[in-house]
Write a protein that binds this ligand. Structure first.
Ligand code: FAD
Length: 317
């Protein structure tokens, strides 16, 4: 079932989660264990992130370094298939521009269609860690918008080869990312929302936001999107802060602000357990307020911490 169908049929705010594939070499049990813990809250859908390749340098003979390309968290499509099969749940694979040319994207979408997957979240992807700027593949997409165009074309039965006849139309419900505190590369919020609206005008059916810790940032973003003419559901992305280190790591990696009140609570916590508790309580407060405001879904970035998500969900749903 499509994410938008789940939303349209719901009487109240839905629960959904995002999970990361395990590191290469690990088995799928960590995913199943997390799902087993969270199934009691009936997630409407489960997003599975996609992780592009990275460069690593391995020492070889005489202390020389050899550059190798590795994908540390492969398995997105396999996990989606496994989740659908085992839990009869709707997986949402993330599809990114980075590392893919158009032909590879087309083939990946064919795989997902054959697996009966109804939803995709289309994203540009971040730059390779050691490179400062995002570089598309030769014959790949530069922006999520262009990847969206390819997915929409396949929904219309248009493949890359214009000579293909009697083609199957895929039927993906396509989501895109939005940033309550602006995407880090955007010169300003107005420009970022203009591009977001373009994605919606060209076929995106819902938006999932980057994490945020200040609900006012979300409400303000939502207001600006509505004023710009964006009418699709906007799903808030939720992540509890669970360690003192995250006070600096999260802003560094995700370009989001931390409200003073939350930072004070964390900084005055004495033990690691106190910090975690402060983060959980802050997140519960955020979720209750968002739910009372009528958001369609609360979408949790579990990041391998299903027990914490479960504690929060128990208080909120
Ligand atoms: P875009 O929509 O392409 O926007 C990128 C930047 O370009 C923005 O600043 C935008 O304002 C600007 N822009 C957009 N269109 C145009 C245009 N036509 N011309 C000029 N400028 C333009 N990354 C992963 O690698 N894997 C994941 O699984 C993943 N999941 C995510 C899930 C969510 C909910 C979110 C919010 C992010 C996720 N990311 C993931 C991170 C994401 O890939 C990065 O934030 C990336 O830098 C931007 O992706 P985007 O789809 O928002 O890009």
């Amino acid at each position: 079932m499509k994410v938008t169908e789940h939303i349209n049929q719901a009487k109240d705010t839905l629960f959904s989660i995002e999970i990361l594939p395990p590191l290469k070499g690990q088995n799928i049990d960590s995913i199943f264990n997390a799902m087993d813990e969270l199934m009691e809250f009936s997630p409407a859908f489960v997003d599975v992130t996609y992780h592009r390749e990275e460069y690593v340098y391995k020492e070889v003979n005489n202390g020389l370094l050899e550059k190798r390309t590795v994908r540390k968290r492969p398995g997105t499509v396999g996990i989606c298939a496994a989740l659908k099969h085992r839990y009869s749940i709707d997986p949402v694979p993330h599809i990114i521009c980075g590392g893919f040319n158009k032909e590879e994207t087309e083939n990946a979408l064919i795989d997902l269609d054959f697996l009966g997957i109804d939803n995709i979240l289309v994203l540009r992807g971040d730059p390779i860690k050691s490179e400062g700027r995002f570089k598309p593949e030769p014959d790949g997409h530069e922006y999520a918008l262009h990847l969206l165009h390819q997915a929409v074309a396949m929904n219309n039965g248009e493949y890359l080869d214009p000579d293909l006849r009697n083609t199957t139309q895929t039927n993906f419900c396509i989501g895109v990312a939005g940033y309550p505190e602006k995407h880090f590369e955007a010169p300003n919020m107005k420009s970022d929302i203009r591009y977001l609206k373009q994605k919606v005008d060209d076929g995106a059916e819902y938006i999932v936001t980057q994490m945020f810790f200040d609900n006012d940032a979300f409400f303000d973003f939502e207001k600006k999107c509505r004023a710009a003419g964006i009418t699709v559901p906007i799903i808030p992305g939720i992540k509890p802060l669970v360690s003192k280190k995250q006070l600096t790591v999260i802003p560094q990696n995700f370009y989001v602000n931390m409200p003073e009140e939350m930072v004070d609570l964390v900084e005055h916590s004495k033990t690691d357990a106190d910090v975690r508790e402060a983060g959980i309580q802050w997140c519960i407060k955020q979720c209750k307020e968002l739910k009372a405001a009528g958001v369609p879904v609360l979408h949790f970035y579990t990041m391998g911490k299903s027990a914490i998500t479960s504690r929060i969900a128990r208080e909120v749903f």
